[in-house]
Write a protein that binds this ligand. Structure first.
Ligand code: BLA
Length: 231
């Protein structure tokens, strides 16, 4: 369902000289026990990033997911790019969360690296939601302008596709333009990346979902060795 978004992502990464890295078989493609769902993962290597991962989950008309996280190199203090887009078939609900996930909550930092999200949101009014339920702490690794859509399918299609493109392009531009850190040194960046992985591994509601689809063993391996490698 999110193929066109995946294509936008893949093109943008390739434009930055990104190449796919070979993954262990069990992460590249893995079917659920009933063979009705399949998860496919991608890992890219590209300049200025230490890890860029993408997950697609195809659960037929029950569940569709596109998830991606870009971790810049430790030498760069720019935010982590985070995207979680889900379609739940039984409730017919689309959830899209896109953010430049700040490493710190300092106001100047947020202004410098995250505030352009506000400009994007201003153009796409249906994505104006910023309120989260309480799965995650909104003040940790989320920006004040996190883009959230929760609703029916109507936003899906052109709008989400455009928004996603602009969101990615702005981020890559910011990466190109930021060569000097103002807030954190590489040791501090590394620490925040480790904390991010620990925090996300704890909070991510996907764990339960993966377990039910793919079993405990595979899920543990996947969380530790693909999604949150620094946790
Ligand atoms: C919520 N993400 C969710 C939920 C699920 C997933 C099941 C709960 C949905 C609900 O509220 O009904 C699922 N998360 C996944 C899956 C993967 C995953 C399948 O990571 C596969 C890898 N989540 C992220 C990233 C962000 C993120 C990078 O992984 C950052 C943008 C955000 N997901 C995020 C937020 C919510 C959420 C903020 C809660 C939304 C809310 O509180 O309203």
């Amino acid at each position: 369902m999110f193929e066109s978004l995946f294509d936008v992502l893949d093109k943008n990464i390739k434009k930055k000289n990104g190449v796919k890295v070979q993954l262990p078989n069990q992460f590249e493609e893995y079917y659920s026990k009933d063979s009705k769902s399949v998860i496919r993962n991608f890992l890219y290597e590209l300049p200025d990033f230490r890890k860029w991962r993408v997950t697609k989950l195809d659960g037929g008309d029950k569940l569709q997911v596109l998830n991606t996280v870009a971790y810049p190199i430790f030498e760069s203090e720019i935010p982590i790019l985070g995207v979680d887009i889900l379609w739940f078939g039984n409730t017919q609900k689309l959830l899209a969360v896109l953010d430049y996930q700040p490493l710190i909550q300092d106001n100047e930092y947020l202004k410098k690296y995250c505030s352009r999200l506000k400009l994007i949101k201003d153009k796409y009014l249906e994505f104006d939601n910023t309120k989260m339920k309480n799965i995650y702490d909104q003040n940790q690794y989320f920006s004040p302008w996190v883009i959230i859509y929760r609703g029916d399918k109507s936003a899906f299609g052109l709008d989400l596709s455009h928004l996603f493109s602009v969101f990615l392009e702005n981020y890559l531009e910011m990466n190109d333009q930021t060569k000097i850190n103002k807030f954190l040194d590489s040791e501090q960046v590394q620490k925040t990346h480790i904390d991010y992985d620990i925090y996300s591994a704890e909070k991510d509601p996907a764990g339960k979902l993966f377990k039910s689809f793919f079993g405990d063993m595979w899920t543990k391996d996947f969380l530790n060795n693909f999604l949150f490698t620094l946790s």
